[in-house]
Design a protein around this ligand. Structure first.
Ligand SMILES: *Cc1c(COP(=O)(O)O)cnc(C)c1O
Length: 428
């Protein structure tokens, strides 16, 4: 594989951008090697600056569920752009997108648009704290909720504990307001809730974890979270930045039929342009300025171009049969990859919810971050590079999801399975 152009660009990038990238995982640090610079993308395909082409299973980490440069999305973006790229005043498109979200996501009665998933989560937490008048929040180890200070916290050595910041620059006094528990661990969570009931305002969770690889909730987990939070008047926040419009048109809350108080969205609802959103019960959302006292604002929020791309994407997703087809292809792909691993006698524990696929190089089962971390990441790195050499672009980290788009055809699926059959035997 030729990489001369990518390597040259990466060298230049490192002089002016920290680590040469604008978001850390892109740098290939956990799989080794240099990142590929992308020249263009279309449908399920990526082309890099050296002319290599790849079948893309990263999809910009989620947004491109219709594939790249989808004709209708491109048309909507061009048409919106010609009418001006930002007004800083209300426009019809943002109302249409809000209406579509309210109609589609079961628990959302009102929604505020922002510019990223991080911003959505930050704002939802501020609202939850304001509403409950309690400062402490609880998150689950291995769940990622963007890079806001109070959420860059994990549990120390797999034991539920008071927060320790994951990054320098996060004050311990912030992190102290964040409790963590292992994902899917009802017992530990219950203990923490009992102990901190007086100052615990919100529990935030990825209803399907997608940032430690893919870890689905065990059957009781989400219904139990709903029950216990109601009992203690704690707000339940679903971070559906990945799962929203991904695992079901109504998100994980529609799939599992558990309704949170607040929901965070991002990724897909912008059709590949920067966006985020948070929404929920009307009485809560009415606390947001200017309706209420909780301040939250954004110069580019409700941006007409992002909203146009999001609208076109969501409208397409609401057509009948879209998720059925995604499910069929995802199932076939997961089964094919599983068979390839089995045939090569490589331990490979698979997880999947709709078009979110996971695979860990361990016997499993994987139900939390501690389990996910048992995966042989060196083997994943080898798998990643092997697949890349066969024209398959997977996430450059074990702890990310493999995602499908509606542009992935049956032929693409078969091509990917064939590559897996070629690569797994090399991992022995
Ligand atoms: C991607 C992601 C975020 C952060 O969104 P950004 O747009 O990158 O800020 C938050 N939560 C989850 C679950 C995500 O996957």
């Amino acid at each position: 594989m030729k990489t001369r152009q990518s390597r040259a660009k990466f060298k230049r990038a490192q002089l002016v951008i920290p680590g040469g990238v604008n978001s850390p995982v892109r740098a290939f640090r956990s799989v080794g090697g240099d990142p590929l610079f992308i020249k263009q993308a279309n449908g399920a395909m990526l082309e890099d600056v050296d002319g290599n082409t790849f079948l893309d299973y990263v999809l910009s980490w989620g947004p491109m569920i219709l594939g790249h440069a989808h004709a209708k999305v491109v048309k909507a973006v061009i048409s919106a752009t010609k009418r001006g790229t930002s007004y800083g005043a209300p426009c019809a498109g943002e109302v249409e997108l809000a209406e579509l979200i309210v109609k589609t996501v079961p628990s959302i009665e009102q929604v505020r648009l922002v510019n990223s998933g991080t911003e959505a989560v930050m704002s939802a937490i501020r609202l939850a704290r304001a509403y409950t008048k309690r400062d402490t929040i609880l998150k689950f180890d291995g769940c990622y909720h963007g890079h806001a200070d109070h959420l860059l916290v994990k549990a120390g050595s797999g034991v539920a504990t008071l927060g320790i910041p994951d990054s320098p620059g996060v004050p311990e006094s912030f992190a102290r307001h964040t409790l963590t528990a292992p994902y899917n661990d009802i017992k530990t969570t219950e203990k923490l809730i009992h102990k901190h009931a007086k100052d615990l305002g919100a529990i935030i969770v990825e209803p399907v974890a997608g940032n430690m690889g893919v870890v689905p909730p065990i059957d009781e987990f989400l219904p139990w979270l709903r029950m216990i939070t109601q009992k203690y008047d704690i707000l339940l926040i679903f971070d559906e930045v990945i799962t929203g419009f991904r695992v079901h048109v109504g998100g994980a809350q529609a799939l599992y039929k558990v309704l949170p108080d607040l929901t965070c969205l991002g990724k897909i609802i912008g059709g590949g342009l920067p966006i985020g959103a948070y929404g929920g019960r009307k009485d809560l959302m009415q606390m947001i300025a200017p309706a209420g006292p909780v301040y939250q604002a954004g110069t580019l929020s409700g941006n007409p171009v992002a909203v146009a791309a999001g609208l076109e994407t969501v409208r397409h997703l609401k057509k009948p049969g879209v998720y059925k087809e995604l499910e069929k292809n995802s199932k076939e792909l997961a089964e094919g990859i599983g068979e390839a691993a089995k045939y090569a006698k490589i331990p490979y524990y698979q997880t999947r919810v709709g078009s979110m696929l996971g695979g860990f190089f361990t016997e499993g089962p994987v139900i939390d971050y501690a389990g996910a971390k048992k995966s042989d990441t060196a083997r994943y790195a080898k798998f990643f590079h092997g697949m890349l050499n066969h024209g398959i672009y997977l996430a450059p980290s074990q702890f990310e999801a493999m995602l499908l788009s509606t542009a992935h055809t049956n032929r693409h699926i078969r091509q990917t399975i064939a590559a897996a059959h070629a690569v797994f035997p090399t991992l022995r």
